[in-house]
Design a protein around this ligand. Structure first.
Ligand code: UGA
Length: 439
């Protein structure tokens, strides 16, 4: 099929690359000339495992091209994915101006019938607006609007795109639904669940899914607080919960809370959408509140352990909002770094990919070239992001480098007992502290 993609970002780029990999002919449009030039030269604008190799293969085969001129897209594509950003307004609402512009561009340039697919996360009701704009600017060609929300995770974008658990497609047009099913046939064939529905249901299902996953994370983090007070171990509590198939495994890992461009922004947008439609949905703001409280709880642990933070040095391992990405948007690590810096502490950090973007946002952050340098002379090391490399450090070496051998395991991902044997004080989230003297 001839596919167009508008927006070569965290959603559009993996989508285009994977569709080209599946054998479709893809033209990806982005209005950032520098990005398009880099992409055509094989340079990815962000880090995502496997993406670069697949993108190279697709561009070499001629199945994937990056362009800035919309006519190159409308001249060939019969199906176009809208993958532009929908950032958060100060009100919490999603800013949909980029969606409106993309749709207007399509309408003004389209000369033959087009299936227009919303892939960006948008509030319910957006597809109706998209239909209006398309009709307003072009009455000669026939447009069919589809909502096909993205469920891929950053850091696993390629893996999730090639092996989706479900493919959700909403449309009022039987013909468009059939086209989408044909597009995804190889993935359906290999086991992805195909779900067809109306536009509003598809739009709402995406918001509902992300909000529920965020709810699970905040539930686990609230459980962490109560586990500490009750003398329980949150990791054991959530493992017991996950053994019940009605609760389900995943997203119950207590730690520093959620970040990224999706959960925080989508929660705020969902809350605004709900109020606008006339229902407060009171649990939504609570999910975000618990998430903020989680960072404060981590900060208090460091403060409690070190007393005054002025002139103390804290090492942060990991800055990205999750492993295998250089994305620092709403990163819990940065939120913690801000609190520590505001209290007068020196913050030395290491991240395999996200160091430079983090320092651009927080110039007071000292960047280390490796995790050991970050730990040198520090009074506490905090594991903020569970990168594989950071889970397998030589902790004896770390112990000898630190001024005070203390670790706060912000992701409950390290082996506390073996750290204590090495002489560390081991703090974690939702579990009692472990100390070498057993106190
Ligand atoms: C999330 C959803 O998982 C995807 O299905 C969705 O497509 C995507 O948003 C989106 O809307 O584009 P993503 O934000 O990339 O994906 O990553 P997640 O793996 O869901 O993690 C989000 C945050 O929650 C991370 O900061 C992670 O560290 C945190 N988290 C996750 C926890 O603290 N505990 C958990 O148990 C799981």
């Amino acid at each position: 099929m001839q596919i167009g993609i508008i927006g070569a970002g965290h959603v559009g780029l993996p989508t285009g690359v994977v569709l080209a990999h599946m054998g479709h002919q893809v033209v990806a449009l982005d209005d950032d000339e520098a990005t398009v030039e880099l992409l055509n030269d094989g340079v990815m604008p962000f880090y995502e495992p496997e993406l670069e190799d697949l993108a190279h293969a697709a561009t070499r085969s001629g199945r994937l091209r990056f362009v800035t001129d919309p006519r190159e897209l409308t001249n060939s594509a019969s199906l176009v994915f809208i993958c532009v950003g929908t950032p958060q307004r100060v009100t919490g609402e999603a800013n949909l101006i980029a969606v409106e512009r993309a749709v207007e561009t399509l309408a003004k340039n389209a000369s033959s019938n087009l299936v227009v697919v919303e892939k960006s996360t948008v509030p319910t009701g957006t597809a109706r607006r998209v239909e209006e704009i398309l009709r307003r600017h072009n009455q000669t060609v026939e447009f069919k609007v589809v909502c096909n929300p993205e469920f891929l995770r950053e850091g696993k974008a390629v893996e999730d795109s090639l092996n989706p658990a479900r493919i959700l497609v909403g449309s009022d047009s039987r013909e468009a639904l059939a086209t989408m099913k044909e597009l995804y046939q190889p993935l359906i064939h290999q086991g992805a669940q195909w779900i067809e529905t109306d536009l509003q249901t598809a739009e709402l299902a995406k918001h509902a899914s992300n909000a529920f996953l965020a709810l699970k994370v905040s539930f686990a983090n609230a459980l962490a607080r109560i586990s500490e007070l009750a003398g329980a171990d949150v990791t054991k509590v959530t493992a017991i919960m996950e053994a019940d198939p009605r609760i389900g495994a995943g997203h119950l890992h207590a730690g520093l809370g959620f970040g990224g461009s999706c959960f925080p922004k989508d929660l705020a947008a969902f809350e605004r959408l709900s109020s606008r439609l006339g229902y407060g949905f009171p649990i939504l703001p609570e999910i975000a509140r618990i998430n903020e409280e989680t960072i404060e709880a981590a900060f208090r642990k460091v403060e409690e352990a070190l007393w005054n933070l002025e002139s103390k040095t804290i090492c942060l391992w990991g800055l990205s909002f999750k492993p295998n990405t250089d994305d620092i948007r709403f990163s819990p690590a940065l939120a913690l770094a801000r609190l520590l810096l505001q209290s007068g502490a020196h913050v030395k950090a290491y991240d395999p990919r996200a160091g430079e973007p983090a320092r651009a946002e927080l110039p007071d952050l000292q960047l280390a070239t490796d995790p050991y340098e970050a730990a040198r002379d520090s009074n506490c090391a905090v594991l903020c992001t569970e990168w594989d490399d950071l889970l397998n450090l030589d902790m004896k070496r770390v112990h000898d480098l630190m001024d005070l051998p203390m670790v706060l395991d912000g992701r409950n991902a390290l082996d506390g007992a073996s750290l204590v044997e090495l002489g560390f004080t081991y703090l974690s989230m939702g579990r009692a502290p472990l100390r070498p003297d057993g106190s």
